[in-house]
Design a binder for this molecule. Structure first.
Ligand code: UT7
Length: 332
């Protein structure tokens, strides 16, 4: 449930993002998959997505986003003493992608670890970083959401492979300094039906084998219809509970930065929350669903478009495999 800390809120000192340069629009995709621009656009709102090259990994995208966030915050990597990366597509099972970017940033010894909460991962990571900073044991956190979803997409499954893209977004969080304040968090999960959205092979339950490869078990699998219904329900609840626990209502919200999965999910959420669609920031038409990267990528674009005015209230809200959900309130 949502709680508002009595402590001084953590601030976002800087935001950055990065997407690979290889843009694939729906027409290009339909040369490879039995689909069409018309189907993808009307069912999802997605027009194009960016894919990383074969030699580019999630840590490369994460590193670029981190650099951009550090530049935006006007601080050096040496000012960071905590790195958290949210991802479901780490470079490898271990070590963590956070450790890999720690080395790329040249800041040895800094506490570094990954968080896996699928598309809610970035907001989970913000919640964790906020708690660690408020403990007083850390001063400045680099929080990244990064994915190379093209590495787990099944090109033989047109119901999923048209939906996803690669990218990364990052923020610098601190108790000191100026910037948008994180004022409330609400994370939750329901693990009762994991196979609604999962990557079944490659873990201890189904290690890599000829059988797992034949079953295409190393690719993402999803029950799209059920996920759609759950997404709208859990995001509505995550947002409403958080607002109520802070004595706020939908009318107080100036901007919603939702997880960028499907324009129809965003429209349904807008109706259910009774927050006008114009208040929702969407860039899924250009990037598709980038899972843990989707919210920081949207946050960065919205900030660069000078959308946020001082004093306004922002609501970030996500859902993902698990099922997981999360909402975070930010006062600009
Ligand atoms: O971050 C969380 C990740 N997941 C999501 O957010 C996904 C949530 N779910 C969705 O966004 C939607 O369920 C989808 C976009 C995945 C699918 O939309 P839908 O309206 O639920 O379509 P459907 O699965 O019911 O399929 C409708 C038809 C089927 O044909 P028939 O059986 O009606 O003849 C599919 O075979 O569309 C067909 N279809 C396609 N046609 C062209 C499915 N995928 C495609 C495709 N191109 N890519």
């Amino acid at each position: 449930m949502g709680t508002e800390s009595k402590d001084i809120p953590c601030k976002i000192l800087g935001i950055g993002s990065h997407v690979p340069s290889n843009i694939i629009d729906n027409n290009k995709l339909s040369e490879r998959v039995d689909t069409s621009d018309e189907w993808i656009t009307t069912r999802t709102g997605i027009k194009q997505r960016c894919f990383a090259n074969e030699e580019e990994a999630t840590s490369d995208l994460a590193f670029m986003a981190a650099q951009n966030a550090l530049d935006d915050a006007k601080i050096s990597p040496n000012d960071i003493d905590l790195i958290i990366v949210a991802t479901i597509t780490p470079d490898m099972a271990f070590p963590s992608t956070a450790c890999l970017i720690q080395h790329k940033l040249g800041i040895p010894k800094v506490t570094s670890f990954d968080v896996e909460a699928a598309c809610s991962g970035f907001l989970y990571a913000l919640d964790i970083a906020d708690g660690m900073l408020k403990s007083g044991r850390y001063n400045r956190a680099l929080v990244v959401g990064a994915e190379k979803l093209s590495s787990i997409m099944d090109w033989a499954d047109r119901t999923t492979c048209v939906l996803f893209g690669d990218g990364a977004g990052a923020v610098i969080l601190s108790r000191e300094g100026d910037g948008p304040r994180l004022i409330g968090f609400n994370c939750g999960a329901d693990g009762s039906n994991p196979s609604l959205l999962h990557q079944p092979a490659g873990g201890s339950l189904m290690p890599a084998s000829e059988k797992s490869i034949a079953a295409r078990g190393h690719f993402l699998k999803m029950n799209g219809k059920e996920i759609f219904k759950s997404a709208v329900r859990v995001m509505e609840a995550a947002a409403t509970d958080l607002l109520i626990s802070h004595g706020l209502s939908a009318k107080d919200v100036d901007h919603v930065i939702p997880h960028q999965a499907n324009a129809r999910i965003v429209e349904s959420l807008s109706l259910r929350l009774e927050i006008p669609l114009e208040k929702f920031f969407c860039n899924l038409d250009r990037y598709g669903n980038t899972s843990a990267a989707s919210i920081p990528l949207a946050l960065d674009e919205a900030k660069k478009a000078s959308l946020f005015k001082p004093g306004q209230l922002g609501l970030m809200v996500a859902f993902g495999a698990g099922l997981t959900w999360s909402s975070v309130l930010v006062r600009f």
